[in-house]
Design a protein. Sequence first.
Length: 684
Amino acid sequence: MEKINYRYFKRDVSWLSFNYRVLLEAADESLPVYDRVRFLSIYSSNVEEFYEIRVAEHRGAIMKKNFTAESVEVIEETLEEITTEVNRQQQIFYRIFNEGILPALRREQVYLYQDAVPKPFHEEFVRNYFNEEVFPFLSPVTIQAGIRTFIRDRRLYLVVRMRKKTTGEPYYVLIKIPHAKTPRFVPLPSHEGVHYYMFIDDVIRINLPQIFPGYEINGCYGIKISRDADIYLEEENPENILQTIRRKVEKRKIGALSRFMYDCAMPDDFLAVICRAFGIAEEDLVMGGRYMNLQDLSKLPHPGSDGTATPSVPPPMRVPYLDRMESVFRAVEQRDVLLHFPYQSFDYLIRFLMEAAFDPDVDAIKITQYRVAENSAVINTLISAAQNGIKVTVFVELKARFDEENNMATAERMERAGIKIIYSIPGLKVHAKVAVILRKTPGKAGFAYLSTGNFNEKTAKIYSDMALLTCHQAMIADIDRVFSVLEGKTSAPGFQHLLVARFNMVPELTRMIQREVDHVKAGRKGRIILKMNGLHDERMIDELYRASENGVETDLIVRGICCLVPNQPYSRHIRITRMVDMFLEHARVWYFHNDGAGEVYLTSADWMNRNLNRRIETAFPILDAGLKQEILHILHLQLQDNVKACFIDERLRNVFKRDTAAGQPPLRAQQAIYEYLRDRDPEE
């Protein structure tokens, strides 16, 4: 093997490797076609956000708008790598779409037009639809030298080249495709059992002669841009952070350019005119296809269903123990309860909070809010509790990216209902997902809910997370100390069970890794399993390298960014698994063998620099032996997956385990987990 001359993968190049793995799901012919369509949509949405945040951040660093420790030369090199890889993936994307998805849709009697020529039986409908539903919302703008029209991000535009029939004089025109007034996919009349749909882009293209009578159309191509969507808070004053973030969110619409995507069929001379007119630099150019904003594919109508492209997943299961006990409080008083979303119903959290809201012995509820669903049942339940005289405190993280507006709106609504709101901490994000219920009667057990995922019933249907319900009093005391930090009552708390970022998390992780090294040095087994969404912190990667060099066997299950380089002398005992399937793997789990006395933690924290150093995160131990074994069984199923799981190699390639598992029966972890949870003894 050729020697690797780097010790860490670049963060952004690693992320592109993950998103490419998402794209490969769209190519999987064993999946229902609408599941494949959904993965194309997810891939496109991911790329959009990547340019709005990561690429924009790099460009801002070059322009000295934000700080970075990297040199301009390194940043420019990274941007060049990003452009090369994204262009490569875009070509694969459109090949999958054109050669895989469209034929598969046709086999399902769904025909999605791919050109501007409607079939004879649709000509009149398309013409009438354009005249009645589209034309009134069009406002073409002439592209002229010296007059620069503002282009909105995340919006689709057509650029048209035409010549006046009488003089031959060329004109260039910009047309914004209606966003809110028309659907992206226009349903056309069915014909002989086939369902037909047309991109709104093509409805406009077909009717360009009606828009520009007296002109000969010489070309029409799609363009779109991405803008810097991150919010940089140079100064966070708790007194006016709400107004500051609201102002910053509004400015997001006019952020600096981070990408200009264009139809790769556009002639070079046409592209040159557009670039000059809008001040587009060559390094901003990213090739696209005829159709862009293909995250909209999630809205492609699905004939025969009541929705659009949704995953083919079974409904969430009930938990017999909780249903049998009727009272969640009474069930948790008898033993800790572990919930698995989306395999099991999120309704149990709502029941838990609702029981607290109407229990006369409950004194207070404290909870963190990072991302909540719109019209959230969680929020409604907290409001009910406040109206019943319970003291409710909610820490609201206003800086949760792209959820700022929803969080501000829900915070103001809760505040009006009498809930005490604690807003963002300057310089920090609070990413912990915890809730605690305190009771009035001295010595009477309170309750806690600790999770790897958000209090969000919408994402709980597609994100794979774990949550613990407990009345363990030392754990509850620890959570109350976390809220003391959030409320500004203490800056130096002590924790008995919880690991909390910026306090004891990194020291304890380092200690537990060292303990495995010590076991190996003493001739015993050293074993670590870590599951997370991202691994970027070089300090922690070095700890894992050191453990590997000392013989500690380590399995990493990392969905997204992973900057650790495997298959090197310093990482020969480390394997990296990546899994992409119907549910988004979101749970973070840490297992340390500890000479057979294994320790298991669930956590909100990834091993990213920001999570470990600039956020409040919590990791909580699983103390019940049965629940430990349950989590370990699930981890082992994920490590044994040879259908959806990949190894990450030293070149950041996704190497499917099915290609290296000759003779082994297929095991798809998410399906196996569902069956495991379904088939357990109902009396457990």
